[in-house]
Design a protein around this ligand. Structure first.
Ligand code: DGL
Length: 280
């Protein structure tokens, strides 16, 4: 009898597998958009945990449980690298995620911290993020891990996430909210500000206006996409095929709303999104 070679999905050329991205909800689309811009030939699978957003107000135990469940789902989709787009999950759960899978995992904190250190001249950096991210001190540790002499000033901006979700990214309310949160940081004499939350790049214009000229804003979405490109290059994992890229989207709740935001934000038709359940 002839030998029969059974080719399964997991034997798919590793290089052609998709990049997996998860976030607590829609905010990680800022990261996905940059990945697509930087690496248009790479296939992507995005999971938005819309049923359990926001993560930024939850305890570390819960954030880690949710993150591991998201990871398990994406890993089952045969991804070649996992991008933790959520700053809160990256701050709290990155080590646990890395320990749970056998593929490269990258979070947003290190790339953002590195870029901030490169950008600062006066060694005073501000960081804004969710309550959980600020409480975790993840950016401070990462920045000081590179240069101990840098001073880091952090501030959580809890109202920024609902403002973005509501689409109020410009105008009086966004400006007043930003002013209220950021005045304290301005007083510290920082010259660089890390936008340490997936949603904040969408408020970039307002934040830049409030902070004034001469303050560099670090968008972790841009930084992480550069880092992913480097990891794929170094590990010889870039997709060999050109075109016919896979764009898969999953949400844990309200897929129709997600689809609308997704298409608006990415400026392209998605067509299909699947509602799935992660965890038990
Ligand atoms: N994705 C979250 C982050 O970047 C923001 C929204 C949330 O609180 O879940 O921290």
């Amino acid at each position: 009898m002839e030998n029969i070679l059974i080719i399964t999905g997991s034997l798919m050329n590793k290089r052609n597998r998709p990049i997996g991205v998860f976030d607590s909800g829609i905010g990680g689309l800022t990261v996905l958009k940059e990945i697509i811009k930087e690496m248009p030939d790479e296939s992507t699978i995005y999971l938005g945990d819309t049923a359990r957003v926001p993560y930024g107000i939850r305890s570390p135990e819960i954030v880690t449980r949710y993150s591991l469940e998201n990871t398990k789902f994406l890993f089952s989709k045969d991804i070649k690298i996992l991008v933790v787009a959520c700053n809160t999950a990256s701050s709290i759960s990155l080590d646990a995620i890395k320990n749970s899978v056998s593929i490269p995992v990258i979070g947003v904190i290190e790339p953002g911290a590195k870029a901030a250190v490169r950008a600062t001249s006066n060694k005073k950096i501000g960081v804004i993020g969710t309550e959980a991210t600020v409480k975790s001190n993840s950016y401070t540790k990462a920045i000081k891990g590179i240069d101990r002499s840098i001073e880091v000033f952090s501030c959580s901006c809890p109202l920024f996430v609902p403002l973005v979700e509501e689409g109020w990214t410009e105008g009086e309310i966004a400006s007043l909210t930003a002013k209220r949160y950021l005045d304290g940081l301005k007083g510290k004499g920082i010259d660089t500000l890390v936008l340490g939350c997936t949603h904040y790049p969408l408020l970039k214009k307002v934040i830049a206006r409030v902070m004034g000229k001469g303050i560099r804003l670090i968008d972790s979405a841009v930084e992480i996409s550069h880092e992913i490109k480097t990891i794929l290059n170094v590990n010889n994992l870039n997709r060999e095929q050109k075109g016919a890229t896979l764009r898969e989207f999953y949400a844990t709740d309200s897929p129709e709303r997600f689809l609308k935001v997704c298409e608006n934000f990415l400026g392209q038709k998605i067509g299909h999104i699947e509602k799935i359940a992660v965890g038990s």
